[in-house]
Ligand binder design. Structure first.
Ligand code: HEC
Length: 395
């Protein structure tokens, strides 16, 4: 088996697993934030005496459930206590390996964009790893500094920080790698919240109870704070993770602004759901989020090429050298830049080029997704030539 095939299998298995454990993690995050926001103070005096601060009734899968939340902790610790941590850790671990297989092992093609910065693959990987670690340090520092003062100030500053990272990465790495690393940075912060704060805080609480002491509520409160942050970060992270399918977003000259707008819309929409659990239907939030998304899509819409007269359009013979120079290095039965023709698309003969005309228009002109990372340095004039060829009916 050759290396390209092995990378493909590793990517398939890791992506599949990453999705499964990610669903388990984000699913439990959604569930617990919903639970917390929906709980009602108990009316039963026995429950109150036990220290229950909130409860609810739910029906699911044919059974009735009655979860109860204790204000700080129950008087006696149950023997069998479920911890939610592997959902998060396994999502981070599979994600990190996937990043390694897809981006770090193929950094020259997937991370470096020579039109932006002449980086070596090693330097691009270094920037990626530094983003993941640095993102956590800045978040954690801001959080420690500001959490007791103002939640809103913290949120504002952290958002500005993410925008700055998006801006910086978009000037250093390929758009695709930049978007993915903004997502991976936020996701690393979320997992680090679980690892460094939420789980240790809960361990301290449990240990105090085992010593027969009353646990300090501060640990629970801090864990809750971080857990709420994680909840707001879920939708932004998920967009970053799927963004590599949507080249029109990450290949835009102002891609960092596109990302900023989409992340802001995602947070606004998440906020609506969190308020809704508490019974408030704050429609201005999703309306604002939806309007931002709509504005972005209108802004990014491809501009159609109009020809004075179809007869003046370039012909296949005129555009063929462009495709040969910019595309065939990868899209050929004997590619030089890739182990195998990607996506099975062949652009090595005039006949193949003509057959793939509409696809070429989409990928190289409208979305600017191709050439991948513009590694073959295609110029805007060449894209215009392809556009004119398409407008003339691919003659
Ligand atoms: C460095 C290698 C490379 C070069 C050069 C390149 N491509 Fe691609 N192409 C890829 C890869 C890899 C994919 C698979 C899609 C992905 O991973 O995003 C692909 C996919 C495609 C697809 C299929 C997309 C789909 O989703 O169906 C088309 C069409 C395409 N390329 C056209 C072009 C055109 C036109 C050019 C030249 C302007 C070009 N490519 C240059 C690597 C390359």
């Amino acid at each position: 088996m050759d290396a390209a095939y092995l990378i493909e299998i590793a990517s398939l298995l890791l992506r599949w697993l990453h999705l499964i454990v990610g669903i388990a993690w984000i699913g439990s995050s959604f569930y617990f934030v919903w639970l917390d926001n929906t709980l009602k103070a108990p009316t039963d005096p026995d429950l109150k005496a036990k220290g229950v601060g909130g409860e609810l009734w739910a029906v699911h899968g044919g059974g009735f459930y009655n979860p109860q939340k204790y204000l700080v902790a129950p008087k006696h610790l149950p023997d069998d206590l479920h911890w939610f941590k592997w959902e998060s850790y396994s999502t981070w671990i599979t994600g990190f390996f996937l990043l390694g297989v897809l981006y770090y092992s193929q950094a020259a093609t997937y991370m470096v964009d020579p039109a932006k910065a002449a980086l070596t693959p090693g330097a691009a990987i270094g920037i990626g790893l530094l983003t993941l670690a640095g993102g956590w340090l800045v978040y954690d520092g801001l959080c420690r500094l500001l959490m007791k003062r103002s939640m809103l100030l913290f949120a504002g500053l952290y958002f500005l920080f993410v925008v700055a990272v998006a801006w910086g990465l978009n000037h250093l790495l390929s758009g695709r790698a930049a978007f993915l690393h903004v997502g991976a940075m936020i996701a690393t912060t979320m997992s680090a919240n679980v690892f460094f704060w939420i789980i240790p805080g809960q361990k301290t609480t449990v240990a105090a109870m085992q010593r027969g002491e009353t646990p300090d509520p501060i640990y629970g409160q801090r864990a809750k704070q971080r857990s709420v942050h994680n909840n707001y970060l879920t939708l932004p992270v998920l967009f970053c993770m799927i963004s590599n399918h949507y080249a029109f977003t990450y290949n835009h000259p102002q891609a960092w602004l596109v990302l900023t707008a989409i992340l802001l819309a995602a947070v606004l929409i998440r906020h609506f759901f969190n308020l809704r659990h508490k019974g408030h239907f704050a429609w201005p939030y999703p309306l604002a989020g939806g309007s931002i998304l709509l504005a972005v899509f209108v802004w990014l819409a491809p501009v159609p090429v109009k020809l004075a007269d179809a007869a003046s359009a370039p012909t296949l013979a005129q555009i063929q050298p462009v495709v040969a120079a910019r595309c065939a290095g990868c899209h050929s039965s004997t590619p030089t830049l890739m182990p195998a023709p990607p996506a099975g698309v062949l652009l090595d003969t005039p006949e193949n080029v003509r057959l793939n005309g509409p696809k070429i228009l989409t990928q190289a002109v409208q979305l600017k997704a191709m050439p991948l990372g513009n590694i073959t340095a295609m110029t805007d004039a060449e894209r215009q030539l392809l556009a004119a060829w398409a407008a003339g009916g691919y003659r």
